[in-house]
Design a protein. Sequence first.
Length: 514
Amino acid sequence: MKRAVARGEISYSMAQVLAKAAGAKDDAEWLLAARQRTVRAMRELVKERAAEAERREGTGQLSAVDAMGEEERVTLTLTVDREDAWLFEAARIMVKRVAGGTLEETVEALLGEGTTSLLARVERADIVPFDEATDEEQAQRAWERELGRYREEAEVHCEGRLDARNDVESEGFAVDWGGGAEQIDSELRRVAAELARRDLLLGEVAEAFWGRDGWRRLGYGTAAQYARERLGMSLSSVKAKRALARRARSMPRLREAVNGRELGFEAARLVAGVASRETVEAWVTRARVRTVKHLREEVDAAEMLGRLGIEPQRRPPEEATIAELAAIERRVVTGAVFGADRAEGAAGRDEQGQMSAVAPARAGGDARERSRGRVTLKFRVAAETRRYYRWLERMFQRRGPRGVTFVRYLCVALIDPWRPRERSGLAYAEVYERDGHRCTSPVCTRHDLTPHHLVFRSAGGDDTDENVTSLCVWCHLDGVHDGRLTVTPPASAMMWQVGRTPHTVVEGWRRITH
């Protein structure tokens, strides 16, 4: 199969379908079938074969290909009190630090905990049917189903007039893998930089093509069909590259940074999501001296401050701001921010016994003034997630406690069981809290922590906080103790060297070599 992709006989999209079905014994048979079918038709064939196997064997398992279709993405828009927005940020921090989740995963976690909490208060007979919806929602769902049927019919109709083959020519380059690791690494980095440039170029060309309604003019039934059958890519992948191209077009400095090999694709994508014409130079400069992990942390901080209206222009945060937000995150993760003392401006209990959060000192001014106003939160989620959110919201409005907003109820339902409980007796608890319950390696985001003594105890190192840092199991054992990572004290200003022959050196958060 790998050779078939390299020779351009099948597309990458087709290879993904075959990888779910083909084995060593029937690989040739599946390849022959793939050459005669479109990706859509091949998915249907795989589903049919899987259903036949299920009937014969009685496994009761669904085909893995059933989940391969692209899930519709929509925007979930919430307008909430600023105080509730801060409580949402606390819940987001909790999810991020405990499970490393994204914004969408935070919404899903909120819904999961909120459902459990709300159903405990509702009698079975009072549960609102999931399919119950307003007339407007029912009309929208009916239209979405009809639209899906139209798209499917359009693709089937167009396939009869299209060449099922993906006419992509392979350049057929050869690489000498006989060199040493450093030589291959150099070539790999060169190819990766070229790939980032090509990805940007692909997005620019796709923008022009979509702007001219190209896929319809060529006779394809849907944009997804064109991307899948002609480009061998998912539509979401094309959309991501188009989005980067649009941002780069409005910010030439970003385009220059990618083409000049200053930024890789992932760093460029992060910068594109937060920068503006006024801030792009500052973000490119920041990205050049950060690992992707640390850049993501700073982008996340800027977006958080932007959502709350504290820093609307989302400029790269200063070190003092990062330190302050890190302190807030530690208080959230440890549960200290949810103490009973309202005078500290962190958290309290309202008349219904629900916790409520107000803005931390970063916003400035009196706590009551900081918590006023409305904030609009927007999340890109799966269509089914938004539908579920609205269903649970309707049930909360009918059966939930009075005087509490739905967003606040969800946040409290998540925060209370997720935050750490009694920590007495836990060794190095203070160190884990200081480090935000995550690995402190500049290239790792794992949470399975162990304590590492910067000066080994065998060399006279002590247990003071400045000599201990939090590392995941891999970074601790396979990284530091196997010589792949080197870190020097103190914990408040560590210097990291990545690789046995250091290729990346990070001092604090600043990457000084790469």
